[in-house]
Ligand binder design. Structure first.
Ligand SMILES: CC(C)(COP(=O)(O)OP(=O)(O)OC[C@H]1O[C@@H](n2cnc3c(N)ncnc32)[C@H](O)[C@@H]1OP(=O)(O)O)[C@@H](O)C(=O)NCCC(=O)NCCS
Length: 285
């Protein structure tokens, strides 16, 4: 952080947001905004991790705490240097404010030897089979009966209509083998932000036993992450699982997610599956 008096840094901030960025915008037709207050919104929202007025009373140039002001200045300098993607930053800021018009999801995301696609009614039979497999469901309280499995398939696909993104059906060797993708938390959970209306975005996966060991969860999650980040402006994701679920934890670690604590899952009965590990990943702008 700069050692300059905070009043100097406030002047630097104003010059950046009110003069340098709008001037630079004249030769950047690709930038999505041109006005000083739009640059300020984008940079300050990122410095605060959400709409800045939720954290600091206006005017921001007078009231922003020094560390957040420095973060906003640093990000603005990266934008000017072409090191941060202003369009992605803008989408994320608008998403935080509930103002992002999200493009409809693509029909498929193509991987190497597999694809992610929207769910089809036919998937429900194969989904019920994998949800009835005790090995696949070893870290859930119990395998799912068929009616619960069918309802979950519809719920997972319904997430696309509700949020613009959701867990994709995975197609490998020409057949449905499970799901991977992102969704908003369905129920409140005792984790940071887990009880808020605008709940965290959770990464999730479940594959049929014969599709393990192919990298489908990791590679599919990377495709899904790129989509939610660039198209939907999602800035961070979490993932969680029962503490002993080594395979799922390895997927999180391969994705570069950081361990960020444990919690007892309220819907899991007391026993070896109750303690859950939480991982988090900030997505690059
Ligand atoms: C969690 C789960 C999806 C992990 O499946 P997985 O196959 O182990 O994980 P990935 O798809 O990322 O595959 C990684 C494995 O594929 C191998 N692999 C093969 N080709 C690969 C490729 N092209 N790219 C990356 N990895 C590849 C990796 O070496 C790794 O092997 P390893 O198991 O010997 O370490 C699976 O175990 C599962 O569905 N479990 C039940 C559901 C569940 O627990 N979900 C989470 C609960 S909340």
């Amino acid at each position: 952080m700069s050692a300059a008096p905070v009043s100097d840094r406030r002047a630097v901030w104003r010059d950046l947001a009110e003069r340098r960025l709008p001037e630079a915008a004249r030769s950047r037709p690709d930038w999505p905004v041109r006005l000083d207050h739009c640059f300020a919104r984008i940079l300050l929202d990122h410095a605060c991790g959400g709409p800045w007025r939720d954290h600091v009373r206006p005017p921001a140039h007078a009231n922003m705490p020094a560390d957040r002001l420095e973060a906003a200045i640093a990000l603005g300098e990266r934008v000017l240097a072409g090191e941060a993607d202003l369009a992605a930053l803008n989408r994320r800021s608008l998403a935080w404010r509930g103002k992002l018009r999200v493009a409809p999801p693509p029909t498929t995301l193509e991987g190497d030897g597999f694809r992610l696609r929207r769910w089809k009614p036919d998937d429900e039979t194969a989904f019920a089979a994998l949800n009835a497999d005790p090995e696949v469901m070893a870290y859930c309280p119990a395998p799912f009966p068929e009616d619960v499995s069918r309802a979950q398939a519809r719920f997972l696909d319904g997430s696309f209509a509700e949020n613009g993104f959701g867990p994709w059906a995975v197609e490998w060797t020409g057949r449905f083998v499970g799901f991977v993708g992102a969704a908003r938390l369905r129920h409140p959970l005792p984790l940071p932000g887990g009880r808020e209306r605008d709940s965290p975005v959770e990464l999730m996966w479940r594959l049929a036993r014969d599709a393990w060991g192919q990298g489908l969860a990791t590679r599919g999650a990377r495709l899904a992450l790129a989509d939610v980040s660039t198209r939907c402006g999602v800035g961070a994701v979490i993932a969680f699982t029962a503490e002993g679920n080594r395979r799922s934890r390895k997927v999180m670690e391969r994705l570069g997610m950081s361990f960020s604590g444990t919690f007892d899952h309220p819907a899991v009965p007391v026993g070896p599956l109750k303690a859950h590990v939480l991982y988090r990943l900030d997505l690059p702008a």
